[in-house]
Design a protein around this ligand. Structure first.
Ligand code: DC
Length: 223
């Protein structure tokens, strides 16, 4: 049976995961956060202390990197070689490592089938950078979610401090700007809206407004 796939792409901190998690719960779909996959590979590369400047060195960790995604009470958990790394992948250094490893074609190939399989078997909302353009070009709904860098840094700062992670606002903002640049200028699967996506700018939106806007788009597309 054909599954319903909703692709949500957009820059770091646009609120994709918070909104997608909420909407998927309401619709009874699974929520797949594909950034967590790249973060897990990033942590693997950091742990192996490979030269992060070298694509070959990053690719060399893949044969010893087993990435698993499990859903525990509807929450996505990430495992690296059997170890739960769901908290570690959220640390700022894992964010930068994820952005770096995600520019390596071998890493993108490595994670491609896992993402496609999940979407083939489940009604899902999948978020990332290239879901509407590369991973699920036939998704019934494609949304490009964005917001100003300052607004996204505010949200990310709040999210991290609420989790007890100590961060400095200026560092969060400069990380976001740096990652935007990396993610949209890389040669392979750069961040950009799919031609048939709906672009939603949530600057200044409260969470509820964003959730409603996304639900309205989905309703309009699939009834
Ligand atoms: O969404 P996030 O911040 O957790 O993503 C971490 C990094 O992974 C981000 O800098 C870009 C990369 N990424 C990607 O290249 N493609 C995806 N589908 C998801 C994330």
């Amino acid at each position: 049976m054909c599954k319903i796939n909703v692709a949500i792409d957009g820059p770091a901190g646009a609120g994709k995961s918070t909104i997608a998690r909420r909407v998927s719960k309401e619709l009874g779909y699974i929520y797949v956060d594909t950034g967590a996959l790249y973060r897990t590979v990033g942590v693997s590369a950091l742990r192996k202390k490979v030269d992060m400047e070298s694509d070959e060195a990053i690719a060399s960790v893949l044969p010893e990197t087993e990435v698993e995604m499990k859903f525990v009470d509807g929450e996505q958990k990430m495992y690296l070689n059997g170890e739960d790394v769901s908290v570690e992948i959220r640390l700022p250094e894992a964010s930068m490592a994820a952005s770096r490893v995600s520019a390596v074609p071998a890493v993108r190939d490595f994670l491609f089938d896992l993402q496609r399989d999940l979407a083939r078997k489940n009604n899902c909302i999948m978020d990332g950078r290239d879901i509407g353009t590369v991973v699920l070009p036939d998704a019934q709904v494609k949304i490009f979610l964005t917001a100003s860098p300052e607004c996204r840094a505010d949200r990310r700062y709040k999210e991290l401090t609420e989790k007890g992670v100590e961060v400095n606002y200026d560092d969060v903002l400069s990380d976001i700007i740096k990652r935007d640049y990396n993610d949209s200028h890389r040669a392979v699967a750069p961040l950009k809206p799919a031609e048939d996506s709906v672009i939603l700018d949530t600057s200044g939106f409260e969470l509820e407004q964003s959730v409603k806007a996304i639900k309205d788009i989905i309703k309009e597309k699939i009834g």
